[in-house]
Design a binder for this molecule. Structure first.
Ligand code: FE2
Length: 296
């Protein structure tokens, strides 16, 4: 396994960043980071200075995605590989480094329409992470903050970007008929022991919202249940109640944020090992559960 990059942060853009404050703080159990420029708000799930950056803007979608390189050699290897695969990069400005709170930054554009930033030395805060709502904390050590899933009509070019460019490896894929004549296809990719840091769903056309969901993994199983209770009590849409995925084995549920994208809170996913040889098709999303509980 290369273990060159891990998911560093995701940026979303919504008209009013404060619209997500109750959701992230009181439902998911993230901790507020320092506010950024121009009214942006930031959220943490570990000691990194920010993991979710909520910018003010009209997109109502993901705005950028950051991958942190393990060291300068990995940074150079990944950026060289992207360039070699035909994905042009530009160096971040000093303003970019200041805003993202990183030492180096190179930016390219993913075929699913999202700027992707390769960064080095994401700052950490000096006070250890503590969320009273998630007492066990989140699993991020060596695996990034979680995973993100996007829908794209350009899945083949996106696959090339991820595999030949970023250097992630496909873990497995899902292919199933979800309704008569309607197929769901999702490809899952890893760059470290997390089963997937990124997944791409084939969309028949570009959807109004590219970001399907962000996943945060708790270290304790009960912290998933407690988050579910908070989502339920908050009367938020719950597109998928508690269940267990077939491919990564994760115990999780999905709640829809006020911005429309979903957040999955999960625990206990399978771990990728150096001898991973289970890259195969799955034809069901879940072993059990994940029922649609409450619609928007
Ligand atoms: Fe997920």
């Amino acid at each position: 396994m290369r273990e060159e990059i891990e998911l560093a942060y995701v940026g979303v853009e919504i008209p009013d960043p404060a619209q997500l404050t109750t959701f992230f703080a009181d439902v998911i159990g993230l901790v507020a980071g320092e506010p950024g420029a121009e009214g942006s708000l930031t959220w943490r799930n570990d000691d990194a200075v920010h993991r979710v950056i909520v910018d003010r803007g009209p997109a109502n979608d993901v705005a950028f995605l950051g991958f942190a390189a393990r060291d300068p050699q990995a940074f150079d290897a990944v950026t060289a590989r992207l360039a070699h695969a035909g994905f042009d990069l530009s160096d971040g400005s000093l303003e970019d480094l200041r805003r993202r709170r990183v030492g180096r930054l190179a930016r390219t554009s993913a075929p699913w329409g999202v700027p992707v930033e390769i960064v080095l030395d994401l700052q950490r805060v000096s006070t250890p992470f503590w969320s009273p709502l998630v007492p066990g904390g989140f699993l991020t050590q060596g695996v990034g903050f979680g995973h993100t899933v996007f829908a794209t009509a350009a899945i083949d070019e996106a696959d090339r970007f991820v595999v030949a460019g970023l250097g992630l490896v496909q873990s497995d894929w899902l292919e199933m008929e979800i309704a008569a004549g309607i197929n769901l296809e999702v490809r899952f990719y890893h760059g470290n022991s997390r089963h997937h840091s990124l997944a791409l769903a084939r969309a028949p056309f570009e959807l109004p919202q590219t970001l399907h969901h962000i996943m945060f993994e708790t270290k304790e199983r009960d912290d998933v249940g407690a988050a579910f209770d908070r989502a339920w009590a908050a009367d938020l849409p719950i597109p998928n109640g508690l269940g267990r995925h077939d491919n990564d084995g994760m115990f999780s549920f999905y709640v829809t944020s006020p911005a429309g994208f979903q957040v999955e809170v999960g625990h206990g996913a399978r771990v990728i090992t150096d001898d991973w040889d289970d890259n195969r098709r799955y034809d069901r999303i879940s072993v059990w559960g994940h029922q649609p509980l409450r619609q928007a």
